[in-house]
Each structure stands twice: as structure tokens, then as C-alpha cells.
Ligand binder design. Structure first.
Ligand code: HEM
Length: 307
């Protein structure tokens, strides 16, 4: 447990923490952690978390992040956009989408299937892979009850098998990580964009370009609303001392409505000139998949919103 928790909401203050190497990523905690699984049941959730770029610091983080960047360099955002649009259109033809505001899971999780296919998962395994990714994504960031952990362990095993290990455990883990990091956040972005488009449509002469809708949704209603750091030594933010061991909660959603950065911050305004939102984080370890996420969401949304 951390001695203290501090909430940071200002855009410049959140940026300062994310730029500062004295603030590191804290370990993940579950509500009631299950006892560690025996070594022979690896790979499992605990293995994924301990090998994932997301929860690593220092040299390990740099090494794992370079693996992630290498994997992402092989996935062209434009290809992902095209795949996501085609997949969504195919789902719509089968009656899976209702009104734009109430699309089904198959549509909002289409980005996971697209990414899975591009990472080499065979077509007949994609549905099981998406279910497995969702099981992991639901508990990955912590706070999970122990009864949800065994299915996440099984899901990590399934995905390791489908992606193949190549004898390089660390690389396999980052391939699973790409799917898991994509899952809830990109689905949330699609859902939030559709909800805001539904709400504001009566006031529009015509629907704004999908890219503008997505960018403003990322600012106005970001799918990843908070992140955390821990002060590794005594530090200060905005003149306030933060003692070593303090957990710092960074409110990305609040920072995205900071009036010091955004004029009329509580107004949903697609195409607004200032796009310095923090939905993808910032600084030493921003989201490396931001272009991929945006492309996947735009592909899905283009198919739904563009007649
Ligand atoms: C709308 C969708 C997404 C949002 C809002 C989002 C947001 C974020 C944020 C805020 C972070 C930084 C967390 C922190 O600083 O503590 C992050 C990290 C990360 N994201 Fe994303 N993300 C999205 C989609 C994706 C996708 C599609 C991928 C991969 C294809 C991805 C891969 C990652 C990875 C690997 C990290 C960890 C980076 C590191 O620790 O160095 N994300 N994401």
C-alpha cells in the first residue's frame, strides 16, 4: 500500500508528472489476489503483467517498449483502417448493427479482431481470441475480484498458443499486450463517439468528418480516464511537495477540460483547433498505439456513420 495518494487534474501538472522520471509506474493490485499459480501453469495473467511493457520501469521498460514499437511498425494504420471498415461493413450486412448509438459487441470489438488477424491469428480462431482478450482486458489493470482471475489465466494461455512463442517469451507477451491495450480503450472510443454523435446530431447541418469526431471525443470523453504513478523519491508538482512513496492519480479526463488549454472546454466541438488532449498519455511513455487506435476507430465509425 502507498502511504498517500494525490490527485492531479491540471493539464500542465499532469504533463509535468508524465515527463518526470522520478514518477514511476506502480505495481498492479487486485481486490483479493489469488495465490500465485504454480510455475507449470505459466503463461498466466501474473506472467503477462510482469512481462508487459505497461507495468515495467527503467531498462526493462525501454527494452519492452522497443519491442512494441517494432511490432507496431509492421502494422500500417491505413491497413488497419481499411480492415476495420471492411469488417464492420460485413457485420452490418449480417444485421449486427442497430442504430449508431446501440451497436453490438461484434462491432466495437472489431478492432481487436483486425489486430489479431494482422498479428497472425487464423480466421477460425479470431472469435475465441477476441473473447480471450476481453477476459484479460477486464482484469489487466487491477482491482479485479479473485474469481475473475482463473479465466484470465486461461485466456493468456490460449492467446500464447494462438500467437506462437518463437521461443521469445518477452516478445509473445508484448503481442498479447497490443491486443489487450487495444481492447477496452478502442471499444470505449467507438462507443463514446457514437453516443456523442447521437446526442449532437440534431444541432448539426451535417455530420462532421469522422476524424474530427474521434479527436474531439478523445478530449471530451476519453476512454482511459485516469492513470497512476508513484513518486520514487521526494518530488514536487506545481509547488506542492510529493513525498517518496506517494501514489499520484493523474486525471486525464479533467486535464482534457482544463480551461487554461481549451477554450469553452465543456463544449463538444469537433474540429476545434487545439487538440492537445491527454487521452493517449504524454511524456516518457505515451500510448505507442495512438495512430493505430485512431485508424481502427475511424475505420469502424466510417462504416457506421458514412452512408
Ligand atoms: C482509443 C484507444 C486507446 C487509448 C485511449 C489508449 C490510451 C493509452 C494511455 C493513456 C496510455 C498511457 C498510460 C500511462 O501513461 O500510464 C497507453 C499506453 C499504452 N498503449 Fe494505448 N490506448 C489506446 C489504444 C491502444 C492500442 C490500439 C494499442 C496497440 C495497438 C495500445 C498500446 C499501448 C501500450 C503498449 C501502452 C503501454 C506503453 C508503455 O507503458 O510504454 N493502445 N495507452
Amino acid at each position: 500500500m502507498h502511504a498517500r495518494t494525490t490527485l492531479i487534474t491540471g493539464n500542465a501538472d499532469v504533463r509535468a508528472v508524465l515527463d518526470d522520471p522520478r514518477f514511476t509506474v506502480p505495481p498492479v493490485h487486485d481486490a483479493a489476489p489469488a495465490s500465485p499459480p504454480p510455475a507449470r501453469s505459466r503463461p498466466c495473467l501474473a506472467w503477462l503483467r510482469s512481462t508487459a511493457v505497461r507495468f515495467s520501469n527503467g531498462e526493462r521498460h525501454l527494452r519492452r517498449r522497443s519491442v512494441v514499437l517494432d511490432l507496431l511498425a509492421g502494422l500500417a494504420p491505413l491497413d488497419l483502417l481499411t480492415d476495420a471498415a471492411e469488417r464492420t461493413r460485413a457485420l452490418s450486412l449480417h444485421g449486427s448493427t442497430g442504430s449508431p448509438g446501440s451497436v453490438g459487441d461484434a462491432v466495437v470489438f472489431a478492432p481487436v479482431a483486425v489486430l489479431g488477424a494482422r498479428l497472425g491469428i487464423a480466421g477460425q480462431d479470431l472469435a475465441a481470441a477476441v473473447d480471450a482478450v476481453r477476459a484479460i482486458a477486464g482484469v489487466y489493470l487491477g482491482g479485479a475480484d479473485s474469481d475473475r482471475l482463473p479465466s484470465a489465466d486461461a485466456a493468456v494461455r490460449l492467446l500464447s498458443g494462438l500467437l506462437g512463442t518463437d521461443g521469445d517469451e518477452e516478445r509473445t507477451a508484448q503481442r498479447i499486450v497490443l491486443l489487450v491495450q487495444c481492447c477496452a480503450a478502442t471499444a470505449g472510443l467507438i462507443r463514446n463517439t457514437l453516443a456523442l454523435a447521437d446526442e449532437h446530431r440534431p444541432a448539426w447541418d451535417r455530420t462532421p468528418p469522422v476524424a474530427d469526431l474521434v479527436t474531439e471525443t478523445l478530449r471530451f470523453d476519453p476512454p482511459a480516464r485516469r492513470t497512476r504513478r508513484v513518486a520514487s523519491v521526494d518530488a514536487s508538482v506545481a509547488g506542492e511537495t510529493i513525498p517518496a512513496g506517494t501514489e499520484v492519480v493523474l486525471d486525464l479526463a479533467a486535464a482534457n477540460r482544463d480551461p487554461a488549454v481549451f477554450a469553452d472546454p465543456d463544449r463538444f466541438l469537433p474540429g476545434r483547433p487545439d487538440t492537445r488532449h491527454l487521452a493517449f498519455g504524454h511524456g516518457l511513455r505515451p500510448c505507442p498505439g495512438s495512430d493505430h487506435a485512431t485508424a481502427l476507430a475511424c475505420g469502424v465509425l466510417d462504416s457506421i456513420l458514412t452512408p
